[in-house]
Design a protein around this ligand. Structure first.
Ligand code: PHE
Length: 449
């Protein structure tokens, strides 16, 4: 997409931004991080962060993008010339570089399951057998690296051609189908024997389980699912026409996201307990649970296939936004450069992802700071870099942008009452930076001394 190009329809931007937001974060990451952090209390804090911090920050990124209509680095330069704030664009670039490197590994797992389901080899196994099949696959370097490669290849291909628009149009019907399949999944899950334990785990907050690490994980999770803190949303909103109401767009994206997170939780947790799996199994959780849920239902494998296709689609649309952000910075609207840089950056991301892909096999005993390469990359991105990026963006907007420009951006295409505008600014200026700062430092143990 050229820099001056815009989304094709009013709805186009919401679809694109929702496409960036909805992906592995809500469907794969949320259940496992919630599972590792006690369930209900985690969900509660996650929702709180999403509404109080995520929503205003998402809107902040939208405002930066649309008011400047350019890539993430130039946007900061344009607003705050002769300052170093533009490094926020590079921070976003670096963060999404690392992010996509492990994101694509999980995307690869979906591709693997797709192929397995297509060949009919996932029919009628026991929960233990499913675990073994999956563990064997992800620990096999050839399988995990090729699957990761396929996912990256698709991402590079689409971004290099700048055809996201077409893809975004496809999400107009893909997303509703994904939603329907979730309902099928949930009906199935809610009729399993251990449904009460699953629901209790997900919805009953036990705040004694909330460690400072869990609170940081919830903060990171809410930024991760909304694609906040890496300027991906700055980039996408730079293609938005003025007639679009940014507050409305932000609100719908947050809403859809919360719905998907809850649907994913409803689909997964009753099944976890019913099939004797562990809620704290980590990144493999969703993939251990899914085949069991689809297995004993009528047309199960067909539904599974459809689900995987849509899940892959949702993850790809998020991956596009991560690569797009980086390519937009270096290609600056030039189509030839776009092509070249999509491949250079995309293939480098593939290489960086290899140790993450091997973290479930040959490198599973290789720890840095007590974490596997995959876990370390994920931790750095979700629990450090994204919160830091978000913290800086929340300071940047009220400090560096004129109130009149901010107000005009929020009003254009719809508008919100003055008091909400004030609340928004107040959150950005005070609440968000202080909250993020406290949560980050709490984990570093600064308050314990
Ligand atoms: N929000 C995406 C997801 O939940 C991940 C993402 C983060 C995408 C940051 C772009 C930028 O899967």
């Amino acid at each position: 997409m050229n820099e001056k190009e815009q989304w094709s329809s009013r709805f186009g931007f919401i679809l694109a931004a929702a496409g960036s937001a909805i992906g592995l974060g809500a469907i794969w990451k949320f259940p496992y991080v919630a599972g590792m952090n006690g369930g209900g209390a985690f969900l509660f804090i996650f929702l709180l962060f999403t509404l109080i911090l995520g929503l205003p920050l998402l809107l902040a990124e939208f405002v930066i993008g649309r008011s400047t209509q350019t890539n993430a680095v130039s946007a900061y330069k344009m607003i705050a010339p002769d300052t170093k704030w533009y490094f926020l664009g590079y921070l976003g670039m670096g963060t999404s570089f690392l992010l996509l490197s492990f994101y694509s590994v999980i995307g690869g797992w979906i591709i693997y399951y797709l192929l397995k389901t297509l060949t009919g080899t996932l029919n009628d196994l026991t929960p233990e057998q499913y675990n073994v099949v999956f563990a064997n696959a992800i620990s096999n370097p050839f399988v995990s690296i090729s699957a990761h490669f396929l996912f990256m290849l698709t991402t590079i291909f689409v971004v290099s051609k700048g055809v996201q628009k077409g893809i975004e149009r496809a999400s107009r019907f893909m997303m509703p189908i994904l939603f329907l399949l979730f309902l099928v999944l949930i009906i199935r899950s809610l009729t399993l024997p251990d449904v009460v334990r699953g629901l209790t785990f997900l919805f009953e907050p036990d705040f004694s389980k909330l460690t400072s690490e869990a609170i940081l994980a919830a903060l990171g999770q809410s930024f991760f699912t909304l694609s906040i803190g890496v300027s991906a949303m700055v980039t996408y909103s730079s293609y938005v026409p003025k007639e679009e109401s940014l507050p409305k767009a932000a609100l719908s994206i947050v809403f859809i996201n919360i719905v998907i997170v809850i649907l994913a939780g409803l689909a997964i947790f009753p099944a976890v307990f019913s099939f004797g799996l562990q809620p704290d199994a980590g990144p493999v959780l969703l993939f251990q649970v899914l085949p069991n849920v689809f297995n004993h239902m009528p047309f199960g494998m067909l539904f599974f296939l459809a689900f995987l296709l849509l899940f892959l689609f949702a993850s790809l649309t998020s991956a596009f936004s991560m690569l797009e952000l980086q390519v937009a910075i270096v290609a600056k609207g030039d189509d030839l450069l776009r092509k070249k840089w999509s491949w250079v950056i995309g293939l480098s991301i593939f290489l960086l992802g290899i140790p993450s892909a091997l973290s479930f096999g040959p490198l599973s005993d290789f720890f840095i700071f007590g974490k596997s390469f995959f876990d370390l990359a994920d931790y750095l991105v979700s629990n450090m870099l994204m919160p830091i990026g978000a913290l800086l963006i929340s300071i940047f907007v009220p400090v560096k942008m004129k109130k009149s420009v901010l107000y005009a951006e929020l009003q254009s295409g719809g508008g919100i009452p003055m008091y909400l505008f004030r609340v928004w600014l107040f959150i950005l200026r005070y609440v968000a930076p202080v909250a993020i700062f406290l949560v980050l430092f709490d984990v570093l143990g600064i308050w314990d001394k």
